[in-house]
Each structure stands twice: as structure tokens, then as C-alpha cells.
Write a protein that binds this ligand. Structure first.
Ligand code: 1GP
Length: 246
């Protein structure tokens, strides 16, 4: 089954999903092994792998270690068009629709397309929206774009609607890694009320309570990265919370 089909399947069965985000430059091999084993035990649905700026050529090694210690699908969440690896299962083909940087709307896609085609990765077209989190994040700086203001839920809803109308299959609402303020319940609710595609939420989620709040507001997949780098135990706590959500 493709990863996109499994996301849709779980959504149709009212099952919320949890993705652990791994920045390949950060954990060492031992830590990666531990993340992989813990995630497997906890029943994590996906690994998202990528970063706004990678400088260690560590993507392949990271995917290899995650895959050799678990059977959790690995999805590339690329920070740029150098982050492609046929060792993964799928790639989020991100259009940064909250911004007006043509390279991140089509330019980089043209450059990456032949490499992605050759990699045989499952390609998941994704409406990527950066939301202001109260401080500049790496994603904002590197993308050279302005985020959607945190209190402008109507702009987020219209942006997500437009992404869906353009044929993008997933909506990724991201306050950015290490966000000071995660995305508000109101904004997620407004996007949910106006679209039917699976919604991914991430950025600054560092407790099972916030993960549950996002699920209640309409998120289908919750992503945690930074929090797990600080305490790997958070994997178990968030997984248990998301799995028990009714
Ligand atoms: C960032 O959505 C992800 O792109 C996750 O953010 O690292 O803050 O959990 P955190």
C-alpha cells in the first residue's frame, strides 16, 4: 500500500497519526538507533527526515539506520532539492504556498523532478504553509518568505483551499522547528472546516497535551522533532496520546 493511501485509510477510520521528524545532521548513529527502536515500540506511523539546512551529507546514513531498526516508513521532508534519497519510501513534494518565492512554488521542482523520478520514491504533492511562530525560524530564513500571521486564520483557510484546488494532496501547517508558539487551535479548525485533505501539523509541539489539542482541532498527522531531540521519551508519550485519541 502506498504511504498516501495508508494516510487516507487511517483518516477514514478516524485514526490520528504521529510522525517523528529527524534532522539527519543532529543525532549520532547510536541516538538514531535509539529513536528508531523507541518509535517502533511506541507505534509511530512515519519518520519524516530532512532539515532546512543540512551540512553533513548525512541523509542516506540516517535513513539506513532508521530502516535497519524498524519497519516504520521513511518520508523525506526536504529542506531543499539536494535532499533526495532512493533509500526512503516517499517524499513530500512541497509547494510553499504561504510564500511568494517562485523557486519554492515551481523552480526547485523543475530541477528536482528528474532525480525524483529516477529515485522511484512515492511522490506526495503537499501544500506547505509556514505560520508565524513569534520568532524567525530556519525555515523562514532559508525560504526567504513571509509566514502567514498567527492570528489570520482566514488567510490560512483560503491558502489551504487554494492548495487543495491546485491538486495538492496533503496540507502541512508548520510553525517551524523549535517554534516559540505552536499553531493555534482556531487556525487548525478553520483550515479543517474548509478543506478535506489530510492535515499535518508541526512546529513547537512538545507535549502530549498539545498533540491532542491539534488532533481535536482537526489535524490528522502530528509531527514532533525538536521536543524529541531534547527527550526521546516524548516519543512514547505523544504516540500513546495520539493513538488513544477518539
Ligand atoms: C518542523 O513541523 C516540524 O518543520 C516539527 O517542528 O521540531 O518544533 O517539533 P519541531
Amino acid at each position: 500500500m502506498s504511504i498516501f493511501t495508508s494516510i487516507i485509510d487511517k483518516k477514514s477510520n478516524f485514526k490520528k497519526q504521529f510522525a517523528v521528524l529527524v534532522d539527519p545532521d543532529k543525532p549520532n548513529n547510536k541516538q538514531l538507533e535509539a529513536i528508531s527502536l523507541l518509535s517502533s515500540e511506541a507505534g509511530v506511523d512515519y519518520f519524516f527526515v530532512g532539515g532546512s539546512l543540512l551540512s553533513k551529507n548525512s541523509l542516506d546514513n540516517c535513513i539506513k539506520i532508521l530502516k535497519s531498526n524498524s519497519s516504520i516508513p521513511v518520508v523525506i521532508f526536504p529542506g531543499n532539492n539536494l535532499q533526495i534519497s532512493s533509500l526512503a519510501d516517499a517524499i513530500l513534494f512541497l509547494s510553499l504556498i504561504s510564500g511568494r518565492n517562485p523557486d519554492l512554488l515551481i523552480g526547485n521542482h523543475v530541477i528536482a523532478a528528474p532525480y525524483i523520478k529516477e529515485s522511484k520514491l512515492e511522490v506526495i504533492p503537499t501544500a506547505y504553509m509556514l505560520i508565524d511562530s513569534g520568532k524567525p525560524t530556519s525555515a523562514l530564513y532559508m525560504s526567504n518568505t513571509m509566514p502567514i500571521p498567527a492570528d489570520k486564520s482566514d488567510i490560512a483557510a483560503c491558502t489551504a483551499m487554494a492548495g487543495e484546488m491546485l491538486g495538492l494532496k496533503l496540507i502541512y501547517m508548520d510553525a517551524g522547528s523549535g517554534a516559540k508558539n505552536p499553531i493555534s487551535a482556531d487556525m487548525i479548525e478553520r483550515v479543517r472546516a474548509n478543506t478535506s485533505s489530510p492535515i499535518i501539523c508541526g512546529g513547537g509541539i512538545n507535549s502530549p497535551e498539545k498533540a491532542i489539542e491539534d488532533c481535536k482541532s482537526g489535524a490528522d498527522i502530528v509531527v514532533v522533532g525538536n521536543g524529541i531531540e531534547k527527550s526521546a521519551q516524548l516519543i512514547k508519550e505523544v504516540a500513546a496520546a495520539v493513538k488513544s485519541f477518539k
